[in-house]
Design a protein around this ligand. Structure first.
Ligand SMILES: [Cu+2]
Length: 485
């Protein structure tokens, strides 16, 4: 090899290995940190998984920042140089997409393995209200957002930029940071846009049970953000008209006298409003049948002798999950018998792999059935976990089975010949869990009473393999299966 070629190869290898921080910024573009900038504000977001309470006796098996869904509020001032540190203390790969930064934040804080951390520095040049959410890479960005991993960032403009503040010559009496978001029982419902609950700040009808206290004439500033992940909000006060509305929260984007603001996923508004009288003012998403009725309603309770809290935070409430919840909303795993479907003898058994879940999550099938899994997940671009691809791997039951890696529209079939309960996972995304219950049916051959033929310790597995994109898990499952069968 001649010397020039060798140097070119070395230079290429060096470029490929260069860390993300070696990004060359375009000079003069707002949002880029000055060279060697020292941050004057710093925040740490801790990624993990947790059960959070979203209604009386109802638990959401969520992915979280700092223990809650939504995660903590981050407030900075326009012009700040901001440092965001993300630490992943969870079992699975997580990350961060941070919309207040005018840069590709995933290069710095996306796709962080368990135990890892990342750091982002940016300059907050655009005032407004922004979303942040998990970014493990590719398809997982969508599904971890489905799992509740998001929060609000506010970049405060210079004092007096909002008109009502300027006119009154004072700060708001009450700042209400309000996130609208929805949760889904499974990936199929996520695809179909059918949430089970729609909430403000982490709880169904949260501000109906704990109304926001105010006095007539109080100046309220709403920082309203719809994080979706999919629905469009129609935010309205019953008996009120929003005095000033700022699209995105930027004071330059002002509109006057609106009954409603429409916020698509990630869309936000700063709203200035004075409470016009005593009484209960409902704040609602006016999409009645799809949102208000499912929990997106609150109350501003105004009375002359109220003692308002000056700040209402968007974090989900911190509450100890009950020992025996009425319902566990767990998009990626079966938690309730009503998530089962019983297939009759002769019926074709198809299980969809969709939105990082199995659907139906629990399939009751006659012994002798052939079960076919089909991967309906379409999105397979991006880095990170093996995105949009799945497999099926038994972890417990009378007989072991495991599929190859399935891309969109690819299938795997398995004939079930022994009665009993089978638990299986996706080896790539071990939080995806499904159950098969094989029952004996009249007229079909059966092999009853086999009990549990094999099992392995899933927890140790996830802890060990979680950071490796779980590919090694697949190999392990494959080997284990070939030994058993
Ligand atoms: Cu995540």
């Amino acid at each position: 090899m001649n010397r020039m070629l060798l140097l070119a190869v070395i230079a290429t290898l060096f470029a490929l290995a260069a860390p993300a921080s070696a990004i060359v910024y375009a000079p003069g573009v707002p949002g880029n940190p000055p060279p060697n900038a020292v941050p004057n504000k710093s925040f740490t977001l801790i990624a993990s998984e947790a059960d959070v309470v979203i209604d009386d006796g109802v638990v959401f098996r969520a992915f979280v920042f700092n223990g809650t869904s939504p995660g903590p509020l981050i407030v900075v001032d326009e012009g700040d140089v901001v440092e965001i540190v993300v630490k992943n203390v969870g079992q699975y790969t997580h990350g961060l997409s941070f919309h207040a930064a005018n840069t590709q934040t995933s290069k710095f804080v996306g796709n962080i393995a368990p135990g890892g951390e990342g750091r982002l520095v940016f300059k907050a040049d655009f005032p407004g209200v922004y979303m942040y959410h998990c970014a493990p890479g590719g398809h997982g960005i969508l599904t971890h957002t489905l799992a509740g991993m998001y929060g609000m960032v506010v970049v405060e403009p210079k004092k007096g930029s909002y008109l009502l503040e300027k006119q009154l010559g004072r700060e708001p009496d009450i700042k209400v940071y309000l996130i609208q978001h929805e949760v889904y029982m499974n990936g199929r419902d996520f695809y179909d846009g059918k949430p089970v609950y729609v909430m403000f700040n982490g709880r169904v009808f949260r501000y109906v049970t704990e109304p926001i206290q105010a006095r007539p004439g109080d100046y309220i500033r709403f920082y309203f953000l719809n994080v979706g992940p999919s629905l469009v909000s129609s935010f309205h006060a019953v008996g009120g008209i929003w005095e000033y509305v700022y699209k995105g929260g930027n004071p330059d984007n002002v509109e006057v006298g609106l009954q409603t603001v429409n916020a698509a996923p990630t869309e936000s508004y700063v709203i200035e409003w004075r409470v016009p009288a005593e009484g209960n003012f409902l704040i609602v998403s006016h999409a009645f049948g799809t949102q208000a009725i499912k929990g997106a309603v609150g109350i501003v309770a105004a009375s002359a002798n109220a003692t308002p809290a000056p700040v209402i935070l968007p974090n989900g409430p911190v509450a100890q999950p009950p020992a025996n919840p009425k319902r566990v909303v767990a998009p990626f795993e079966p938690t309730s018998p009503d998530e089962s479907k019983t297939f009759l003898p002769g019926e074709k058994v198809m299980i969809q792999i969709v939105g990082n879940s199995f659907y139906p999550k629990i399939a009751r099938v006659p012994v002798g059935s052939t079960i076919t899994w089909v991967n309906e997940d379409v999105l397979s671009i991006g880095s990170g976990e093996i995105t949009g691809q799945h497999n099926v791997a038994a972890v417990k039951g009378p007989v072991s089975f495991a599929s190859q890696l399935l891309k969109n529209a690819e299938q795997f079939s398995f004939k079930i010949e022994k009665e009993g309960e089978y638990n299986y996972i996706c080896g790539i995304h071990p939080y995806m869990k499904g159950t098969l219950v094989a029952y004996a049916a009249a007229g079909l051959p059966s092999s009853a009473g086999q009990g549990i033929g094999f099992t392995f310790d899933l927890t140790a597995f996830i802890v060990f393999f979680g950071g490796l994109g779980a590919l090694s898990l697949l190999v392990y499952v494959g080997e284990k299966t070939s030994k058993k069968t």
